[in-house]
Design a protein around this ligand. Structure first.
Ligand SMILES: Cc1cc2nc3c(=O)[nH]c(=O)nc-3n(C[C@H](O)[C@H](O)[C@H](O)COP(=O)(O)OP(=O)(O)OC[C@H]3O[C@@H](n4cnc5c(N)ncnc54)[C@H](O)[C@@H]3O)c2cc1C
Length: 376
């Protein structure tokens, strides 16, 4: 690719790996990833892939693998607190897409699919390493790494997640993540009989749900209001018991499976945090993508989808060149879409925290799903 031959990707997560694969397909010769986590692994629950995420994976040549290793669905089913069915909502497929409108997949499986494709593209990966200094020069960005090595690149992609060190180091004054007021509990269980959609149940302080991940697997979730974002302060050995207690108000299918939550070491509980960096998302030869630039609440399952789309659009614009204006066009194509996702998702979250009943959850989710189904 003219003018962009050497790229450093900081962060080997969903956005970093997707952009590596997309940049390689667009003709970038040398891509290096530094990943801080020496094990380069992810925690073990699941992820929802809406239609636009599947479309984006198809553009990377990876949609079939996701569907084969996951659990395809056509929509969601809402329930009241007692477990009675309220409505089924079918999700539209993005135009021209022949895949299912949604897929559930374990995070480790998605991670492995992306890792294998990034490694097969010839990218070099150094784990347990990050940058210690970034210096912008006219014709390159010079990087010093924590292992003492140094190198120059044409472009640095900051894909290091919501607590981005690249954002911190290079984007003076940029927004920082804020606690949204909710925490999310998740736990893998055998797939509930008949579960072939995303099931949600309205509670008094939030909502519970089932997400199928494979023919034999699902995860149960609870998203609820909380005063304290520090979930690490919860007693680790009692997480299963506390999760069960917090599900106690739900009847129906939730009540049926609740007692299967027994292993505290497998409970994943995280605060919901959001951030939206005002444009531009680039400074010189450094650009932010994924959660580093725009982290949404999880209410419509769009965080990973937006990170993958970033990688695809970045590669397209760099291929159209030249570098400074390519980054401007990248941000121009991405900012409004990510903003719509964050504003819509957090609106749903606020309704959940208020226990609002006379609001149009289904219509809002459909409007947002339609918005992100539009061409990239
Ligand atoms: C509770 C919850 C549920 C969610 N559910 C969904 C869902 O169902 N569907 C969906 O699409 N999205 C979902 N998301 C959002 C999704 O997980 C994120 O949007 C997505 O992972 C963002 O990808 P990323 O690559 O930008 O960041 P990450 O996936 O966080 O990857 C960042 C990578 O950078 C590495 N790193 C961090 N700092 C450094 C550093 N200084 N140097 C080098 N490496 C570094 C990390 O180790 C990590 O590997 C959910 C999020 C939450 C919190």
């Amino acid at each position: 690719m003219k003018g962009v031959e050497r790229v450093l990707v900081v962060g080997g997560g969903i956005g970093g790996l997707s952009s590596t694969i997309a940049l390689h397909r667009a003709g970038v010769a040398a891509i290096e990833i530094v990943e801080r986590n020496p094990r380069w692994d992810v925690y073990g629950v699941g992820i929802i892939q809406p239609g636009n995420a599947i479309r984006a994976m198809a553009q990377l040549g990876l949609a079939e693998q996701c569907i084969a290793q996951g659990y395809p669905m056509e929509g969601s089913r809402s329930h009241d607190i007692a477990g009675n069915v309220v409505a089924d909502i079918d999700f539209e497929r993005p135009a021209g897409v022949s895949f299912p409108s949604m897929n559930g997949l374990t995070r480790p499986r998605l991670h492995k699919i992306l890792q294998d494709a990034a490694l097969a593209s010839g990218a070099t990966v150094r784990t347990g390493v990050t940058f210690s200094a970034i210096e912008q020069r006219t014709d390159a960005v010079a990087v010093t790494f924590t292992d003492g090595t140094e190198a120059e690149f044409d472009l640095l992609v900051g894909a290091d997640g919501i607590n981005s060190s690249v954002r911190e180091a290079v984007f003076d004054g940029a927004a920082s993540p804020r606690f949204f007021g909710q925490i999310v509990w998740r736990y893998n269980l055998p797939r509930y009989r008949d579960l072939n959609r995303l099931w949600m149940f309205d509670g008094t302080r939030g909502r519970a749900g089932f997400v199928p991940l494979a023919p034999d697997l699902m995860y149960i979730l609870l998203i609820e209001a909380a005063d304290d974002p520090d979930t690490s302060a919860l007693p680790e050995d009692r997480l299963a018991e506390i999760f069960r207690e917090h599900l106690a108000e739900f009847g129906g299918a939730i009540a049926e499976v609740r007692d299967l939550i027994t292993d505290s070491s497998k409970v994943v509980v995280r605060p919901v945090e959001t951030v939206l960096v005002e444009p531009p998302w680039h400074r010189g030869r450094v650009v932010l993508i994924g959660d580093a630039a725009h982290a949404t609440s999880p209410h419509i399952g769009q965080g990973a989808a937006q990170a993958i789309e970033d990688g695809i659009v970045l590669a397209e614009e760099l291929a159209a060149g030249p570098l400074p204006t390519a980054l401007e066009r990248f941000v121009a194509r991405r900012y409004e879409r990510c903003k719509i996702v964050i504003e819509g998702s957090t609106q749903i979250g606020r309704w959940e925290m208020e226990g609002a009943r006379d609001v149009d959850y289904a219509g809002t989710i459909k409007r947002l799903t339609d918005a992100v189904a539009a061409p990239l």
